[in-house]
Design a binder for this molecule. Structure first.
Ligand code: LLP
Length: 404
């Protein structure tokens, strides 16, 4: 798997800023954004970056400069989006399992809102009636996603209003005269079968005649990114063609103009990010050597949480070195494995490794478990490296604790 920044450059950043270190490459984000906007240009589509993947304010600002809209999953993400300069007409908020007052606070900003429970829809109707056109997130009973924990559209999922409850939904809409402007689904993350998006569109088409005010069909995020060298990214050009065909063939599109919305997270920021780490200890054990590195599940939880594969590349020159079998483990005091078995050019203690595809849900899901500091974050743009968040310190760990 190719590095988008050279290994000597990544090593120089590790030397300058220390390890473990998150490095993001701005131009890779731009390239992914261009890929999606040009593939979907023939569709009447809007792209909202699902910022839950990575909310560093500098990344959000960069997204805004690229011309991307933003999708938020909490009131605080909406506040960060505003802080990064997004205006309300570019912000989408999809709530899930939250108190109604958070939705009401987001409504004060004027952002687009998707509601995912009948209970909050009713409260929204009581408070806003027809004044605030709104979207509903539906649960389509579609199974999709790269791992059980990131499948969100199936019939046991907590997400969305179950399609079986459509009659009650319509009663609420009528009772409060709510204008439903958007039908939303998000079936999962890391979806390898792009047909799922067509299935999702069909699902929404089936319901359309019951929602005369709907102008937007929001298919969520979930496009596949290659974590493993054998995997392929979702072919967005082919998907766009198939979606166009479905749209032009459907009678509803002759009666009203419909816009498609998408909310990619991983697709935009996964491949831009590397977690750079140093080999602390080597422990030969049977036919394998355990390489203990100076990061762990506290910094990148995906391998332990979703059994996710992350490609790992040593940053030292590989020429002349023999390949050896390694288990790559973190330094957290519980099972903390990045790779069970990986063939790498022979390592020595102090060597640097780049963990690929760490941009999405990496830093964002990090913690200070074992009282270890969160890493620093660096953004490389126009060949310039900028520290966009400093490494945590003991002061950060103690900051909110009382009586010290
Ligand atoms: N829209 C909604 C409503 C979502 O819930 C999500 C992700 C997205 C968009 C963006 O999905 P993406 O394009 O990034 O797949 N932490 C997990 C992924 C959790 C995704 C949660 N929702 C992981 O690291 O795989």
């Amino acid at each position: 798997m190719e590095l988008t920044l050279s290994s000597s450059y990544l090593a120089s950043l590790a030397n300058q800023f220390g390890t473990p270190l998150y490095v993001y490459h701005a131009e890779t984000i731009a390239q992914q954004f261009k890929k999606i906007t040009s593939a979907f240009a023939p569709l009447n589509a809007r792209i909202f970056y699902a910022c839950k993947a990575l909310t560093n304010i500098h990344v959000l600002q960069y997204m805004r400069e690229l011309g991307c809209n933003i999708d938020c999953s909490s009131g605080n993400e909406v506040m960060l989006a505003i802080h990064a300069g997004f205006t309300a007409d570019k912000i989408l908020y999809t709530s899930n399992g939250i108190h109604f007052e958070e939705i009401a606070a987001v409504a004060d900003t004027g952002a687009f809102i998707n509601i995912d429970s009948l209970s909050n829809l009713e409260k929204f109707g009581q408070r806003f009636g027809k004044q605030y056109p709104v979207g509903v997130r539906l649960r389509p009973n579609i199974m999709a996603g790269g791992h059980a924990k990131i499948a969100t559209g199936h019939d046991k999922s907590k997400f969305g209003i179950p399609v079986e409850q459509l009659d009650t939904l319509k009663e609420i809409v009528l009772r409060y005269n709510i204008e439903i402007k958007t039908l939303h689904i998000h079936t999962g993350s890391d979806i390898s079968d792009a047909k799922v998006f067509l299935k999702g569109l069909d699902f929404l088409f089936e319901l359309l005649h019951q929602f005369p005010d709907v102008k937007v069909l929001d298919l969520g995020g979930g496009f596949k990114v290659p974590y493993h060298p054998n995997e392929k990214e979702t072919d967005l050009v082919a998907l766009s063609k198939a979606l166009q065909e479905a749209l032009t063939q459907h009678p509803a599109t002759r009666e009203r103009s419909l816009q498609l919305w998408f909310e990619p997270g991983k697709f935009l920021v996964s491949s831009c990010g590397y977690l750079i780490s140093k080999v602390n200890v080597l422990k030969p054990q049977g036919g394998i050597t355990i390489a203990g590195i100076d990061t762990g599940l506290n910094h990148l939880i995906r391998p332990m949480m979703y059994e996710a594969y992350h490609h790992i590349t040593p940053l030292a020159a590989a020429e002349g070195k023999t390949l050896k079998k390694y288990m790559i483990t973190g330094n957290i005091c519980e099972t903390d494995t990045f790779a069970e078995e990986m063939m790498l050019p022979e390592l020595k203690e102090g060597d640097l490794l780049a963990i690929h595809n760490a941009g999405a849900y990496g830093y964002e899901m990090s913690s200070s478990y074992n009282a270890r500091f969160r890493p620093a974050e660096v953004l490389v743009q126009n060949d310039q490296a900028r520290l966009i968040r400093r490494r945590e310190t003991m002061e950060d760990l103690l900051r909110n604790q009382s009586g010290l």
